[in-house]
Ligand binder design. Structure first.
Ligand SMILES: Nc1ncnc2c1ncn2[C@@H]1O[C@H](COP(=O)(O)OP(=O)(O)OP(=O)(O)O)[C@@H](O)[C@H]1O
Ligand SMILES: [Mg+2]
Length: 500
């Protein structure tokens, strides 16, 4: 039975058409992957379905009825529940208050029934296998817990159709497995899902059917079992996609960064030397300490003991300002919480870091900044109308590209990338790897922290594998492969190759 039929949907923002006659058909009980490059129109189409944006043209049938000019609330009531790409958690409210916002349980005197709401929250979290205290202030949760709360909120709504727009970006593999378990269970109850993700393995694991959009147009639709990841990628990016090798061997320079017995929150006794122009992959299971190590090198977290040398000079009393002055830049994970300045324009978001480093407070040459922006826009294939638009008008992946541009725009010679391709489509991922390779050829030293080992395999000269805050192995480029890395990351073997 057809649950949802969207026909010939069109939408423009300030005269620019971002959806053109797009159709989407969904059967009851299926997991339907909605695929496309950054800016293809996926979130916009879903925002139209949820009543957040009004469509300019086309029709929508849901559960046999035409939906026209319905409000967000009316649409929710017909049984559509939405996990948004960007988190919508109120940090000042407790977990259970977030869950029951607008649907509070009241007793017969109209008073809030706090006890009941806390109990139901606890039961829900338990059934989802999520360790979150209902009375915790949401602001105290880390990003992955916030994402889980967002998912819990959606699932709590007793809906027919669940829209999940990149629900797994902050989750670790175990949490993703658990989410997939829940989706499979709900499927047996004839619940239907629209699932958006840029991670191909996820799509091929969980989806039954797919629709691909490109540049706001419908491209193709069908059963997942009838296509390969390569074919789907071709649909997404057009014919000009090539997955050719990116890694090139280069001559490396002198040591530019060294840590000796470095200890901090989440990692201990780390020792390594990195050479000019080198690309280092950092990996481990979620929570292995690699992200904390990067944040400490960047001065966002305090080092506890040990030493950090940059160009042979010890950097004491670490702070972000000091790191930046020493030519260290960092693209932080979880852009919405850590990187985006939501009230500022695209251009301002790009030049803000460069400005801090060079102390150019009094005078910013707009002409110069626009020139640099145009160059980076071309290099990173950023899809944006005007650089004076608010950054939040961009699609999620294009916001991420602006954050990459922010740091490429500084003259930093050591760049720390924490999960840089979060929410980035497959085509643009290759562009970013190529760019990283190019930067390294220009002599920049680069760290990439990621859980995606194929990313490391494509670009890194060396891979440092962590387990519980300790360096478990250092693998040279030709030894980097998924199986070897996982052996060390899970502590299945203790490395003999470890260099201390
Ligand atoms: N509120 C808005 N105002 C102006 N333009 C917008 C707005 N929302 C989206 N757009 C534009 O519409 C296009 C489609 O964006 P959308 O967010 O739907 O992409 P997406 O497919 O979800 O991409 P991603 O994978 O990066 O999240 C983009 O070019 C984006 O800049
Ligand atoms: Mg999107």
């Amino acid at each position: 039975m057809e649950l949802l039929k969207m026909e010939n949907i069109s939408k423009s923002f300030s005269g620019v058409e971002v959806l053109h006659n797009v159709s989407l058909h969904i059967e009851t009980g299926e997991v339907h992957a909605l695929l496309g490059e950054n800016g293809a129109g996926k979130s916009t189409l879903m925002n139209i379905l949820a009543g957040i944006y009004t469509k300019d043209g086309g029709t929508i049938w849901f559960n046999g009825k035409e939906m026209d000019h319905s409000t967000i609330k009316e649409i929710e009531n017909t049984g559509i529940s939405f996990v948004h790409q960007e988190l919508n958690i109120f940090n000042d409210l407790q977990v259970y208050e977030n869950l029951f916002l607008g649907k509070e349980i009241k007793n017969k005197f109209g008073k809030l029934n706090k006890k009941q709401m806390i109990k139901e929250t606890r039961d829900l979290m338990q059934s989802l296998g999520v360790d979150i205290d209902p009375t915790e202030l949401a602001g105290n949760l880390n990003t992955s817990k916030k994402q889980l709360l967002e998912i819990a909120k959606t699932i709590y709504a007793d809906a027919k159709l669940f829209i999940m727009d990149e629900p797994t970006t902050a989750l670790n593999n175990e949490e993703i497995d658990r989410l997939f378990g829940i989706i499979r269970k709900l499927k047996t109850e004839r619940k239907t899902f629209i699932f958006i993700s840029h991670k191909m393995p996820e799509i091929f694991e969980i989806a039954d059917t797919y629709t691909v959009l490109r540049n706001g147009e419908f491209i193709s639709s069908g059963f997942i079992q009838d296509v390969t990841p390569e074919e789907v990628t071709k649909y997404m990016v057009g014919e000009n996609y090539s997955s050719s090798g990116i890694y090139e061997e280069r001559k490396l320079g002198e040591t530019v960064l060294e840590v000796k017995d470095y200890c901090g929150k989440g990692f201990q006794n780390v020792n390594f030397k990195i050479r000019e122009g080198e690309i280092i992959g950092l990996t481990g299971l979620q929570g292995a300490g690699t992200s904390e190590l990067m944040q400490t090198i960047f001065g966002a977290l305090k080092a506890e003991s040990g030493q950090l040398f940059v160009h042979g000079r010890e950097m004491t009393g670490n702070s972000i300002r000091k790191a930046m002055k020493n030519g260290i830049a960092m693209v932080a994970a979880n852009r919405k919480e850590n990187s985006i300045l939501p009230d500022m324009t695209i251009l301002e978001n790009m030049y803000v870091s460069e400005n801090v480093i060079h102390n150019k407070r009094q005078h910013i040459s707009r002409k110069e900044e626009v020139k640099k922006y145009d160059k980076l826009k071309g290099m990173l294939n950023i899809k944006a109308n005007s650089c004076d638009d608010n950054i939040t008008n961009l699609s999620g992946g294009n916001q991420q590209k602006i954050i990459l541009a922010r740091w490429m725009n500084t003259k930093a010679d050591i760049i720390l990338f924490d999960n840089p391709t979060q929410g980035i489509d497959v085509g643009a991922k290759s562009e970013i790897y190529k760019l990283i390779m190019k930067l390294s050829k220009e002599g920049k030293t680069i760290f990439v922290n990621t859980l995606e080992i194929p990313e490391i395999q494509k670009i890194a000269d060396r891979c440092i594998v962590f387990y519980h805050g300790n360096v478990q192995a250092e693998l040279e480029h030709e030894k980097i492969n998924e199986e070897t890395v996982m052996l060390y990351a899970t502590n299945a073997v203790y490395s003999k190759e470890r260099q201390v």
